[in-house]
Ligand binder design. Structure first.
Ligand code: PMT
Length: 408
């Protein structure tokens, strides 16, 4: 049974070029089993007719006109009382401002004010309006009033230029809403999610006693695994050898080489909701592993090693993804953003966590990290230098905000 089965959802639609997308959001919620009713602002009715929503939901639609023609019945209050979950999509700057001040001058805003149900707000507007300090202040007010706000997407706006303020696509909105509802009800935003994390540096054996590896301690990946578990996920950690204790409450698989990691990730991937590749996987391995310890050369000509490329696990699995949300890391020592952006697109990732491992306290081995989060349709975010636990929290929260939960 879906979390939406028989759930009473009121969708408030305000007037913008993205108003039509509310129809798809409603259709998806109804498909999940929700009972949906709609309230429209007067501006919304300029973009799309009440009849369209009424036909889709098979329910009367609350507009001012409807309220006026039924004076015996306080329609918006009845709707507010009926509501289990309120979704405001799209929320224009104007409606957000009204909500922030508690204004109730039409049926839609009165319904919003009158309901005690949790409220989820999906802003969509011109990027300059979104960046305006008044809008930032108003959204901050909504959050401190207990509402939950989805960050808009970056993309082509109705004005013909790219900006941050676009309405995310309806499946992303429904996935986000589902995860928020789960979090609201269980207190755990990754409740029931299957999260697969890799950690540590793989070792590529040269001979029985020597290997090629890197400086990864596994701390970043282990922190992600622990935080994901605390957020309610069922976590599988595929770890290269590290000096760290096994985290409790997690399915733990130990590997040594990139090939072993590939095989384990491939096996777990089909039943995974989110893959996070924090491991530092060797890009090359010795073409052949010597059967015996390689002897020191008798002359002084040095030793030449023949290396072969390993499979790019992340790229391979991201190429096969269906509903999985795939997160990669990029460890860079130069041109962080351009190199990482290339990895984001070349590997078809949903989210990329880029760290400049040449900076003090960042990346390998220590207890802290500083990252830039990159995704295809959202603005880049750079964190402060924080503990790896705090970075893990930010990575997972960003993934959730970008629709990682509920995709399956
Ligand atoms: O373990 P710590 O000491 O805490 O250090 C953390 C870290 C620096 C290892 C971590 O923050 C990090 O950056 N992990 C990724 C390291 C890395 O291999 O980056 P890359 O830019 O070379 O690879 C890009 C992505 O492709 C990574 O997600 C990597 O896991 C993946 N990859 C790379 C090669 C390969 N053959 N297969 C892969 O899946």
């Amino acid at each position: 049974m879906s979390i939406w089965t028989d759930r009473h959802v009121t969708v408030v639609v305000s007037g913008g070029i993205a108003s039509y997308k509310a129809l798809t959001v409603i259709r998806l919620l109804m498909h999940e089993g929700a009972q949906v009713r709609v309230a429209l602002t007067a501006h919304a009715t300029e973009f799309i007719t009440p009849l369209t929503f009424q036909t889709l939901t098979q329910q009367p639609v609350v507009t001012d006109e409807f309220t006026m023609t039924d004076p015996e019945h306080v329609v918006h209050v009845a709707l507010a009382d009926w509501t289990d979950v309120m979704l405001i999509v799209p929320a224009t700057a104007n409606l957000i401002a009204k909500m922030a001040t508690g204004l109730a001058d039409d049926a839609a805003t009165t319904t919003i004010l009158a309901t005690t149900a949790p409220k989820y707000v999906v802003p969509a507007m011109n990027s300059h309006m979104f960046a305006n300090p008044a809008t930032t202040r108003n959204l901050g007010q909504l959050v401190s009033d207990g509402m939950t706000v989805l960050d808009p997407a970056t993309g082509m706006l109705a004005e013909g230029y790219v900006g941050h303020g676009r309405l995310p696509e309806p499946p992303e909105i429904v996935a986000w809403l589902t995860s928020q509802l789960l979090a609201h009800e269980t207190g755990l935003p990754l409740h029931g999610q299957r999260v697969l994390v890799t950690a540590g540096g793989t070792r590529e054996m040269l001979d029985p006693v020597r290997y090629i590896s890197n400086r990864s301690s596994g701390k970043m990946g282990y922190a992600i695994a622990r935080v994901a578990r605390e957020m309610g996920a069922k976590v599988t950690l595929i770890s290269a050898q590290t000096a760290l204790p096994r985290p409790e409450g997690i399915t733990y698989i130990q590997v040594t080489t990139a090939a072993e990691m590939l095989s384990e990730v491939e096996q777990a991937f089909p039943t995974t909701d989110m893959l996070i590749m924090a491991a530092a996987v060797s890009d090359y391995r010795p073409a052949e592993m010597a059967a015996q310890k390689i002897k020191k050369q008798p002359n002084d000509h040095g030793l030449t090693l023949q290396l072969t490329e390993t499979t790019d696990i992340l790229k391979k699995l991201a190429g096969q993804k269906q509903a999985q949300f795939v997160i990669g890391f990029a460890a860079e020592t130069q041109q962080l953003l351009s190199n990482a952006t290339h990895k984001l697109t070349a590997k078809n990732l949903d989210l990329l966590v880029a760290n400049d491992v040449s900076a003090p306290g960042v990346g390998f081995n220590g207890d802290t990290n500083q990252v830039t989060l990159l995704s295809q349709h959202h603005a880049a975010v750079t964190t402060e230098l924080l503990s790896k636990e705090a970075i893990a929290q930010i990575v997972l929260e960003t993934a959730i905000a970008q629709g990682a939960v509920g995709k399956a």
